[in-house]
Structures are given as C-alpha cells and as structure tokens.
Design a binder for this molecule. Structure first.
Ligand SMILES: [Zn+2]
Ligand SMILES: [Zn+2]
Length: 467
C-alpha cells in the first residue's frame, strides 16, 4: 500500500534511514503507530467529519489548526483569560466601554471647535434636534479591531519558532488566487515531534475535513517589505478584472481607483487586500512540496494545492501583523482627515469608511461560525471569545459610523445608486452560510448610506448572534 508518508518519501528521495527514523520517532517518542497514522490521515478517512472530530479529540489534544477559518480552534486545556467587559448591545453611542479612554471633548465640539462640558450628553449635543445620542468622547482610533492579532500568546502559536529544520532549503512559490501574483519563499523540512503540524483543516459543505500536510516550515524569515510588495500587487489584481463579487462594492472600488493618488485610499486598499488574502489561504504553484491537489468538490480548497500547514500559519501570522498595524495607520489618517473638514476630501473619507466597515463585516462573518455553533469539541484559542470580538467590532464600527454622520452632511452624490445595489438586510445570523462569503449581510456598510436627516440607529450586535 502506498501511504502518504511513503509517497512523500519517494517524491523527495528521502533516504531510507531518515524515513525509518521518522517512523521510529513517531512510534517511540510520541506513541504513534505510523501505520495507524497513515490510515488516519488518508483522504478516505476525511470523508466523515464527525468521525474525524472524534479521532482528533482523542488523538490530538494539543492540535492547532491552520486554515484561516479555524484560526481559533484550540485543544489546550488551559483556562481562558478573564473576558473583557465589552458592552454587548449598544443603544446609546455615548456610553463608553470602560477599556476605552474617553477624551474630554466630544467629537461634535471638537469638530466645531466649541467648548465641551462634562455631562453625559454635553450642552451642544443636547441642543441638537437630531442625533442627541451622538455625544461621543471616544476616538475610533482607540482599540482597533485587528489589535486582536497582536496577542502574544496567540501569535507565538502561529510562529512555530522552535522547529528543528533538517533538510537543505528549497525555493517554493505560492499565491492566493489563480493568475494572481506569486510569492517566493525558502523552506525546509522539520523534524516532527507531534502530529499537530501534519494536518490542514478546510471547510466543506459537510463540515470540517482534514488533509495531511508535509512538514515544511520557513527557512529564511520573510521581510515585511517583501510581503507588502506582494500585497500591493494584489491591490492591482483586485482592482483589475477581478472585482469583489459584490456589485455594490465594485462601484466603491471603481471610485477608489480614481483616488489612488490619495495615500489614505491606497493604504486602506492594501488593508482590504491583505485581509482578503487572509480569508483565502496560501496555495502552492511549484514545487508541490508533497501536497495534494484538492479534488473534493465540496471543499473551499477544491482545485488548489494548499501550502503545508506550518507555512500557512507562519505566513498568515505576517499578514495578520500587517493588518493590525495597517488598520491603526488608516484609522489615524482617517480621523485626521475628518477633522480637517475639507469638503473635497469627503469622497475619500466615505470610500475609506466603507472599505473599513466592509473588512470588519467580512471578518465578523468568519467569526460567526464560533458565535452561532456550540462546537463543544474545540476550545477557543484566542484569549477573547468570538462573541466578544464580534461585539467589539460592531461597537467600534458604530463609533466610526457616528463620526461619519456628524462630520458629513450627506452621502456623496456619486454613491447615490450604491444603496439600491446592496442585498436585502439581514439579520446577519439568519443569512449566515459558512461556505459563502456572499452571505455577509452588510448591515454596517448599509448604515453608512442612511439618510443623514434621520436619527442614527446603531447596528446591534444581537443581529450577529451576540446576546
Ligand atoms: Zn461636546
Ligand atoms: Zn457632545
């Protein structure tokens, strides 16, 4: 019988003694019967998700998954850190969660350069016939959403820093989309000390499934500058023929093209693109590094050769770090642009706000699996629960929307038709389909197009399944 381990050995001419050593190590050092392991990781074995879950739960207590959508699975039995007290349902935007640092003057007073007072709703806001609830003393640059990826404990899991590399480095070429830009890396085989890094999980219409992956890890660190160039190439790629698969968003992207000379627009497009890459996952062009072409028509990976598990983790971590720092950069620039109050900038401000909201809604969509399912087989890896992350994202997005309402007289004319192109309203939790990103309900984005003379109604996290 030709097993995946044997095929891997033959393909890369692994010396017999190394192959025997590996089998020996698996059997002796971590008590794994390599014959049983072969059966376990064979493609046939992955046809029944519940059986796989049961096997994983039994065999792999310390497993961490690689696929983006299961980034937060953990089997670690350690207690979670205390949850942050993030306000779950927002009725009044002026209520400030305690972890955010309120500033002394509200946004309206700062915008109009008036003196603010310390009442919960300041005198100027209270006098306002519309939006008295928009007395906001928190800056939306506080506590950005993707700061979640800068948790040290979480990051170190993805870094795989203590692997023992043993083969000569080889060059490999990866990409995210067919015909998209390609990213070169050097990688090397590492010694397996657990089964943890040998599986890649992927979404299928029937649930999670796994494929075996070869033990490759980065040999040379990836320079952030190189990754940024790759992301920039994907900005061009997405703005080219590829679009976004959403008619309304394509109008926004088309408008963004005419503002590419504006640093804020370009920086936000980079964030939007990097986050899209994170959602997609890394595929291999050549060599295949012993990874199989996925033929499973029910899988999101169908037709691609996914990169090995550890490489996915290591490279995704870099994308996440990029997103975290880029988001903050964009928010600071956006806030500055809002305070400058130049009417010529409103097109830029509007596009940037929509793109930021879209990125967050796409990210919330990815988290919804964990909010809406009681998946007792897994534990959440991130120190903050999925529901808390969604609630926080909704909260700070409402803040951003409120700033937009206060600062902007009306929706810029060129975006007048966009609202009609948007799909019908959610609620998000009812529209959710874990296989289709198109099931994002866009209630945050839609709110930006609301008539500016109507009262501002914050989007509720309850729509996203948060209680
Ligand atoms: Zn005020
Ligand atoms: Zn106020």
């Amino acid at each position: 019988m030709t097993t995946p381990l044997l095929r891997w050995k033959n393909r890369y001419n692994i010396p017999e003694n190394v192959y025997i050593d590996l089998r020996h190590a698996l059997r002796e050092e971590i008590s794994v019967n390599s014959g049983a392991m072969e059966a376990f990781i064979s493609p046939e074995a992955s046809s029944n998700p519940s059986e796989i879950h049961a096997r994983i739960a039994y065999q792999r207590p310390d497993f961490i998954d690689a696929a983006r959508d299961v980034e937060n699975i953990s089997y670690q039995q350690q207690p979670l850190e205390p949850q942050r007290n993030i306000q779950r349902q927002i009725t009044v935007v002026s209520q400030v969660p305690h972890q955010l640092n309120p500033v002394s003057s509200c946004f309206r007073c700062r915008l109009t350069k008036r003196k603010c007072d310390q009442r919960q709703i300041c005198a100027l806001c209270a006098k306002s016939s519309i939006f008295p609830n928009l007395c906001i003393r928190v800056q939306f640059t506080e506590n950005p959403v993707f700061q979640k990826w800068q948790e040290t404990k979480y990051e170190s899991m993805l870094a795989w820093e203590h692997l023992s590399l043993w083969s000569p480095p080889i060059k490999a070429y990866l990409r995210h989309f067919e015909k998209g830009p390609i990213f070169g890396i050097t990688c090397s085989l590492f010694q397996l000390t657990s089964l943890d890094p040998t599986y890649l999980f992927h979404k299928t219409t029937k649930g999670w499934a796994s494929i075996p992956t070869s033990p490759y890890a980065l040999f040379d660190p990836v320079q952030p500058e190189r990754l940024e160039i790759y992301i920039e190439q994907y900005v061009d790629f997405f703005l080219g023929e590829n679009g976004s698969n959403e008619a309304w968003l394509d109008v926004i992207l088309e408008q963004a093209k005419s503002y590419l000379h504006e640093p804020l627009i370009y920086q936000t497009l980079k964030l939007w693109s990097a986050h899209r890459l994170l959602m997609k996952g890394w595929g291999l062009t050549e060599p295949s590094l012993g990874m199989p072409l996925c033929h499973d028509r029910n899988s999101m990976l169908c037709g691609t050769t996914p990169a090995p598990r550890v490489l996915q983790n290591q490279l995704d971590r870099l994308l996440e770090q990029f997103c975290a720092s880029q988001e903050l950069k964009c928010l600071i620039q956006l806030q500055r642009a809002m305070f400058q109050r130049k009417s010529a900038q409103w097109g830029v401000i509007f596009i940037v706000t929509i793109l930021l909201l879209h990125i967050r809604e796409r990210d919330i969509w990815r988290l919804l699996y964990w909010v809406l399912t009681n998946d007792n087989k897994y534990q959440w890896r991130h120190p903050t629960k999925a529901t808390e992350l969604v609630s926080k994202s909704v909260y700070v997005s409402n803040m951003l929307l409120a700033y937009l309402r206060l600062g902007m007289k009306e929706v810029p004319e060129e975006f007048g038709s966009v609202r009609t192109l948007m799909p019908p309203n959610g609620p998000a939790k009812d529209q959710y389909n874990w296989m289709h990103e198109s099931s994002v309900d866009f209630s945050l984005c839609r709110s930006a197009f609301e008539d500016n003379t109507k009262p501002f109604i914050p989007v509720s996290a309850v729509n996203f399944g948060c209680s």
